[in-house]
Design a protein around this ligand. Structure first.
Ligand code: MN
Length: 339
């Protein structure tokens, strides 16, 4: 399929680059480093080669979220956002932007989000899970009451919020003791992010702000597969969940969430996601530069789904969600690579 839009695609600036070291063997670091620092060269060639018309770019992880000193977090977020705005301005038909946000301080986060959306023309925000505050050993999750004004701003601005993974802090990782292989994309990213998403839902956030649009990567971080069980455990016991949300968890999942295919190129998993949340809420993504563009595109172009769903997931859903004023490329041209 040609004309794809991809939206979990990362870059780094010098200040955040080393946050991505350690996720690949040392011998691969020079390659990953050059992929992260490049925007207009190798990345563009990969997009052209594999039918990606646009990438919506975001900073690497955990970056801003792992800087406990609030002023410094704000400074790095602004620096990254300014750099990204310059890069997007060079090729706005190929690149758009997600804001990095200093969530350590909800008021600063609102100010930077408004600057990015209204002044720099960014399409949304991408935040790397919880933020570290104080001594750096304290994670804050965004279901907490101090973040309600932030969510009101996100809803008012009408932009999507991408909840991207990070690892739990060492203090909160005892379950992985002796098994460091489970950290990162293998397992810990998904568990951490899925629980954060469930905290947002359970807190009643979407009763208060029903127009919020949250995006989860990696085909939903395992949530589609568990969605029925979350609401129905021990159904014979007439004891409803004690969360604050007024409806079933799946109601919010289906109305306030979108999933991307980033880093999870598996047709069985995609079909499960389609059955749970519907093809209108799934969007193509790669997770470049941590995953290869060809691995994502070759899989997606030939996955056993309908051509209607392929065009929705590959392009139309993103154009609609991000209000991208893209010319509707001819259907034959879009499907060329799949046939
Ligand atoms: Mn990613």
């Amino acid at each position: 399929m040609l004309g794809k839009i991809a939206l979990e695609e990362h870059f780094a600036i010098a200040d955040t680059l080393t946050d991505s070291a350690g996720f690949v063997p040392e011998s691969y670091w020079p390659e990953l480093k050059s992929r992260l620092l490049d925007i207009q060269d190798r990345r563009l060639a990969e997009m052209d080669k594999h039918g990606i018309e646009m990438m919506i770019l975001s900073l690497n992880a955990p970056a801003v979220q792992a800087i406990p000193e609030t002023a410094r977090a704000d400074e790095i977020a602004r620096r990254a956002n300014d750099y990204l705005a310059e890069q997007v301005a060079k090729r706005p038909s190929r690149f758009q932007a997600f804001a990095a946000l200093p969530m350590q301080d909800p008021e600063l986060a609102v100010a930077e989000l408004e600057r990015c959306v209204t002044t720099l023309g960014f399409r949304g925000a991408l935040v790397n899970g919880f933020s570290q505050i104080a001594d750096g050993k304290t994670p804050v999750y965004y279901d907490l009451p101090q973040y309600r004004p932030f969510w009101a701003s996100v809803e008012r601005l009408g932009i999507p919020f991408y909840l991207h993974p990070r690892n739990p802090l060492p203090e909160d990782s005892r379950i992985y003791d002796g098994h460091p292989w489970l950290l990162g994309p293998t397992w810990a990213f998904g568990q951490e992010t899925a629980v954060h998403a469930l905290r947002l839902i359970g807190s009643g956030l979407f009763d208060e702000h029903p127009r919020l649009e949250i995006i989860l990567g990696h085909m939903g971080e395992g949530l589609p597969y568990s969605m029925w069980r979350i609401d129905h455990r021990n159904a014979w016991v007439k004891a409803p969940h004690k969360h604050k949300a007024k409806r079933k968890i799946r109601d919010y999942f289906n109305e306030n969430f979108h999933l991307t295919t980033s880093g999870n190129f598996r047709t069985q998993t995609l079909i499960d996601a389609i059955l749970e949340i519907g093809a209108d809420r799934i969007l193509f993504s790669v997770d470049w530069p941590f995953e290869n563009v060809d691995h994502a595109a070759d899989w997606f172009n030939s996955a056993s789904i309908s051509e209607t769903d392929r065009v929705k997931i590959g392009r139309q859903n993103a154009a609609k969600l991000f209000k991208l004023n893209m010319p509707a490329a001819a259907r034959g041209r879009i499907n060329q690579a799949a046939e």
